[in-house]
Design a protein around this ligand. Structure first.
Ligand code: KG4
Ligand code: ZN
Length: 349
């Protein structure tokens, strides 16, 4: 009920997160959270190494949960429920969080809710901007997913609480950032570094292709995405310069690549919202931290008369508070706890 406290645990990729929220009659209230990242340990491999991520979660988990309690000024006796990312994500990484959540649930005698990581990204926004009007249209852009989602109930009630309107047919937007950063030798994760480098570049310097601006055939949703052709175009462009012995204008390549990504993301989102008659757009997930995406989304939503919500960058990338936020919605909606056989589902839809 209102006033109850939910601990959220996140371990689906390379971020170990724990967050505490209070259930209210409106949006959940963020009380405090803590985060550790193993991204430095993956940098030299150019992408997340699952085994390294799992071990890092094991080492960080209890300290991060304690960190969330310290940040909130609470004790474990204050917790009424635990929510944990049950998927999608890396199998071994998910298991660390799920095992921790079940152990805390058993020790503290509180229910455990396995929740969807992607719903978490959207729920993060409610911690900052209040409850979402329903329906809302979410553009979810992360390292593993690029989706347009119709959100009817973050608590999971009703026949279709969250409906997929469009998705990427190949790479996710964050994955494209990471792959382009790798081919430019900029390290991992690629999004933040390309975001920074692009600020000094010309977004119109290189006319990279806009993937899938119309449906390829009648079966495709007009709201699907494709980024692998763009990634290949960037690779060909850089190879051509290197073969000709010419310098690579890294800032211009970053700015032009980024413009191609955010042009398509914002264009399709505004078109979908307009076509479906949905007045509120939420941009969520790690790529929503991107400065240019935030700016162009604001400009295009304003021009189309849509209201736009984007969480602050620190709540866009993976964290435990967003998982606690879904848990708060599910618990308040009377959702069933997961029970002792909860596992991780790497491919949770
Ligand atoms: O949501 P997230 O933290 O983890 C997943 O669920 O995948 O997203 C991580 C992704 C990475 O691909 C990373 O490069 C990208 O988000 N990212 C960004 C920025 N910050 C993180 N992409 C573009 N600009 C950023 N500022
Ligand atoms: Zn994520």
């Amino acid at each position: 009920g209102p006033g109850a406290v939910v601990l959220g645990i996140e371990s689906s990729c390379d971020e170990t997160g724990a967050g505490l929220v209070r259930i209210t009659d409106g949006a959940p209230e963020l009380l405090g959270h803590a985060l550790a990242s193993s991204s430095d340990q993956h940098a030299r491999f150019g992408g997340v190494v699952p085994e390294i991520a799992s071990r890092a979660h094991l080492e960080s988990m209890t300290g991060i949960v304690r960190g969330a309690f310290d940040a909130a000024g609470l004790r474990h006796a204050d917790v009424d429920a635990v929510a944990v990312t049950a998927g999608p994500g890396l199998a071994g990484a998910l298991l660390v969080g799920v095992a921790a959540a079940k152990a805390y649930g058993a020790a503290w005698r509180v229910p455990v809710f396995g929740v969807n990581h992607l719903a978490g990204h959207v729920a993060a926004d409610t911690l900052e901007h209040g409850e979402l009007p329903t329906p809302s249209l979410a553009l979810l852009v992360s390292g593993g997913h690029t989706q347009l989602l119709r959100i009817d109930d973050l608590g999971g009630r009703g026949p279709a609480p969250i409906t997929e309107i469009g998705t990427t047919l190949d790479d996710a937007a964050g994955e494209a950032y990471d792959k382009v950063a790798r081919l430019l030798g900029l390290g991992y994760p690629g999004g933040p570094v390309i975001d920074r480098m692009a600020a000094d570049g010309d977004p119109a310097a290189i006319p990279f292709p806009r993937g899938l601006t119309g449906p390829r055939d009648l079966r495709d949703s007009p709201y699907d995405f494709s980024f692998s052709g763009l990634k290949t175009a960037v690779a060909r462009h850089v190879e051509g310069l290197l073969a000709a012995g010419r310098p690579v204008p890294v800032a211009d390549v970053c700015a032009s690549f980024q413009e191609a990504v955010v042009d398509v993301l914002t264009g399709k989102t505004v078109r979908a919202a307009t076509d479906l008659g949905i007045g509120t757009v939420v941009v969520a997930g790690g790529v929503a931290a991107n400065g240019r995406l935030r700016a162009l989304a604001a400009q295009r939503c304003a021009a189309a008369g849509l209201s736009l919500r984007v969480p602050r960058p620190g709540l866009c990338t993976d964290n435990g508070a967003m998982i606690a936020a879904v848990g708060a919605h599910v618990a308040r909606a009377g959702g069933a706890p997961s029970g002792p056989y909860l596992g991780g589902d790497p491919a949770l839809p």
